[in-house]
Structure formats: structure tokens, C-alpha cells
Write a protein that binds this ligand. Structure first.
Ligand code: APR
Ligand code: PHB
Length: 387
């Protein structure tokens, strides 16, 4: 089998890249180890930066988002018993779109299949060979090992994929910070407690009030990194969430049964370089952020913005300069988002039992939310730094 661009992974990175290339007549094949139902059932974050929204519009994957997505111009920081709103529109010129990654993935799969893009579900890539020449994706289909020769291979296979592992250890450099806590999340068909998101710093730990729609809410509380969902009843979750919120918010909280409850670990991770020969890494394959800044999906989208432009430049204009600069250009934006996500996580979570730690966080939040410059810093990072 042969194609121009082999893509490993049918998450947001792989699906968006395949669609952008298809619209320019560039052939791709996506190799996905899971089945379609599994991929479409993943519960993921739901905040889209404007750049991500524009990319979805550019590939015609915005119809349901335009109808059902919720534009937000601000969000609240809750601390010390009070709430301070960050007006993104005022301090950064635009807001964000509340639209679940699950929906993004479903729309892109449906559109890509309708356009004849070959998404090989249940076809795990087991190796990538000859990356310095015409790279070959070795994959399994119906239990048979097969090979696909490509011009380029895109590692869009997430943190646990095969692509990053293909880069030799003497070339790959990784950076990692593992946080000493996790996020316990609940999805429930109850109306959101507020019309915007609330990020709460509390001495008991962090909490987040988010949503999927006006009838479906997504809430999180910081938990021990070794905690387990089985330790939590729905009532225990709601009680702990309300303890960490300002009184008027806790009183307004509508509770209900879980549709889903899970614990996510938090880490910051970057792998460099994001290119090795004719293998390119994008999205979670190259970097992981703690979800505090809602950057995971949006960083994947900005990688794909750079990578699709580079591949289109190669096939349409016979340019190689954008391919050559991809890793450096993508990593500059990656590291700034990694920094913001680390900084926001550090400011909002309980790290130790030392009373001064919490007081220093409250002082930082008090300063930032009472400063025009402080609110600008938070707003411009949250909406996403320029591409
Ligand atoms: N062969 C084929 N497919 C693979 C392999 C493999 N060896 N390994 C992993 N995959 C698939 C996974 O099943 C998954 O569908 O690659 C896909 C990777 O998708 P994501 O993990 O969603 O990564 P990405 O597309 O970069 O999107 C990043 O997704 O996980 C969230 O928080 C993350 O919001 C961020 C976004
Ligand atoms: C979510 O809705 O799941 C969500 C929102 C904002 C975040 C993280 C997760 O920062």
C-alpha cells in the first residue's frame, strides 16, 4: 500500500490534519488502533480557542458547533470566599467556545469518512521504518501485518503511541513534571451552576465548574493522585465540590447522578524535536499539559496549523523550508502553553499543608485580579497566544 501522508491516530490531531490535506488534494491514510465507537466515546475537555474554532470552520466542521457551542467572553476565579471575573473580551479582544472535544472528533470522523478519507479503525501501527527515506507504517489489519509506504508519517498517536518511541533515545529529549494530585471529574445532566466557568482555589483543594451544554455540566475536584473513583459516591463528590466554592455558588448548585466519573492524572511533558527525518510529531504525541489551562486540544490544533501549512507548501509549492522549521516553530508556542498551564496549575491547587503556601496563592490571585496588567496576562494566555 502507498500514500503521500501516513497519519497514525484518529484523535483531533490526526483527523484535523487529514481533512486539511484532503481539501488540498493530498492523499492520506489514518491508522487508528481503536474502533470508531471507542474513539467517539472519549470524554475530553471542552474549551476551544478562537484559532481552533477558525480551523474547524475552515474545514467545514463547524455546523453543530455554531448551533450548539456556547461562546464565552469570560470566566471566574474563586478564592478567599469571593469571585473575580476575567473579562477575556475586554482584556484579550476575544473569548473562547465551549464545545466538547468528543463532538469535534465525531464531526471530523463523519466528514472525513463522507469525503472518502481512509480511516483504518482497529488497525494499530506497530512500527515506523525507514524514517530517513520513504517511511513505512507497519500496521495490523484483521490480524494480518501490513505495510504502507509514505512520503511522510505524522505521529498523531498521543502520549502512548508508537511515533515518539520511534525517535532514537540519543536524539529525543524529554521534559516532564508530574503533579502530586489528580482531577476527579463528574459528568451529569444538571444545569451549570453559572453561565461561565469557575476555577476555584480553596485550602481543601482546587475545583472547577464547567459545562458541555446548558443542560449538561462537567465538574472537577482535586484529589489524591492515588485516589480511586470507587472511593467516591455522587453525594460525596457534590459535598466536596460545594465545600470548595463560595457560599452563594454552593447554594445554587444543582446536583444529580453521574453519567460518568473518572480521575485524570496531571503532568507537564514535552518531547523534542517534533521531527525526525520524515516522521513528524503533533499533539499529545509530543506534549502533555495539565488540563487547568484547557490547552491540550488547542495545542494539538496549533501543531496541525503549522504542520498542514508545511505539507501543503511542500506538495503545492515544492517548499521544504516550512517542514524544516516545523519543530522549532511549533515548540515555541508549545513551551509558552506548557508554561501557562504549569503556572495556572501552581496557583490554583493545594500542594502541601504549609499554611503560607495557600496564603501566597491567595495573595497572587488578589494581586492579579486587581491589576489591569494582571487580568491581561491571564486573559491573553487563556484565549491562546497568537499562532
Ligand atoms: N496505532 C494507531 N493508533 C494509535 C496508536 C497506534 N500505535 N497509539 C495511539 N493511537 C491512537 C489513539 O487510540 C487515539 O485515538 O491515536 C489517537 C491519539 O489521539 P489523542 O490521544 O486524542 O491525541 P491528539 O489527537 O493529539 O489530541 C490531543 O486529545 O487526549 C486529548 O487532552 C488531549 O485534548 C488533547 C487532545
Ligand atoms: C472541561 O470542561 O472538561 C474543562 C474545562 C476547562 C478546563 C479543563 C476542563 O480548564
Amino acid at each position: 500500500m502507498r500514500t503521500q501522508v501516513g497519519i497514525i491516530g484518529s484523535g483531533p490531531s490526526g483527523l484535523l490534519l487529514a481533512r486539511l490535506l484532503h481539501l488540498k488534494g493530498i492523499d492520506t491514510v489514518i491508522f487508528e488502533r481503536k474502533d470508531r465507537d471507542y474513539v467517539e466515546a472519549r470524554i475530553r475537555a471542552g474549551v476551544l480557542e478562537n484559532g481552533t474554532v477558525e480551523m474547524l470552520r475552515a474545514v467545514g466542521a463547524d455546523a453543530r458547533m455554531n448551533e450548539l457551542g456556547i461562546p464565552h467572553d469570560g470566566f471566574a476565579l474563586a478564592f478567599d470566599g469571593r469571585m473575580e471575573r476575567i473579562d477575556m473580551a475586554k482584556y484579550a479582544g476575544t473569548g473562547v467556545m465551549i464545545w466538547g472535544q468528543t463532538q469535534v472528533t465525531r464531526d471530523l470522523i463523519r466528514l472525513n469518512l463522507a469525503d472518502g478519507i481512509d480511516i483504518k479503525f482497529d488497525c494499530p501501527a506497530t512500527a515506523i521504518e525507514d524514517v530517513d527515506g520513504s517511511p513505512v507504517v507497519v500496521y495490523h489489519e484483521d490480524g494480518v501485518e501490513k505495510r504502507c509506504t509514505c512520503d511522510f508519517v505524522m505521529g498523531c498517536d498521543g502520549y502512548h503511541g508508537v511515533s515518539r518511541a520511534t525517535v532514537p533515545n540519543n536524539i529525543l529529549k524529554t521534559y516532564e513534571k508530574i503533579y502530586p494530585f489528580g482531577w476527579l471529574g463528574i459528568l451529569s445532566d444538571v444545569p451549570p451552576v453559572d453561565h461561565e466557568l469557575i476555577y476555584a482555589n480553596h485550602e481543601r483543594g482546587f475545583a472547577l465548574c464547567s459545562m458541555r451544554s446548558n443542560t449538561r455540566s462537567r465538574y472537577y475536584v482535586q484529589c489524591d493522585k492515588d485516589d480511586h473513583v470507587d472511593n467516591w459516591t455522587d453525594d460525596m463528590f457534590w459535598d466536596e465540590l460545594r465545600r470548595r466554592l463560595p457560599a452563594h455558588v454552593a447554594e445554587a448548585m444543582v446536583t444529580g447522578p453521574r453519567l460518568e466519573m473518572s480521575i485524570a492524572p496531571l503532568r507537564s511533558f514535552v518531547a523534542e524535536p517534533m521531527r525526525h527525518g520524515n516522521l513528524f510529531l503533533a499533539g499529545d504525541a509530543a506534549h502533555i499539559v495539565p488540563p487547568t489551562g484547557a490547552k491540550g486540544l488547542n495545542l494539538a490544533a496549533s501543531d496541525i496549523h503549522y504542520l498542514s501549512n508545511a505539507l501543503i507548501g511542500y506538495y503545492v509549492d515544492k517548499r521544504t523550508d516550512l517542514l524544516d522549521s516545523y519543530s522549532e516553530v511549533a515548540l515555541r508556542r508549545v513551551w509558552k502553553a506548557i508554561r501557562f498551564s504549569w503556572w495556572f496549575t501552581s496557583m490554583m491547587h493545594r500542594f502541601d499543608d504549609d499554611p503560607i503556601s495557600h496564603r501566597l496563592q491567595v495573595a497572587e490571585l488578589d494581586y492579579l485580579t486587581s491589576s489591569e496588567a494582571g487580568k491581561t496576562v491571564i486573559a491573553e494566555n487563556y484565549i491562546g497566544l497568537p499562532l
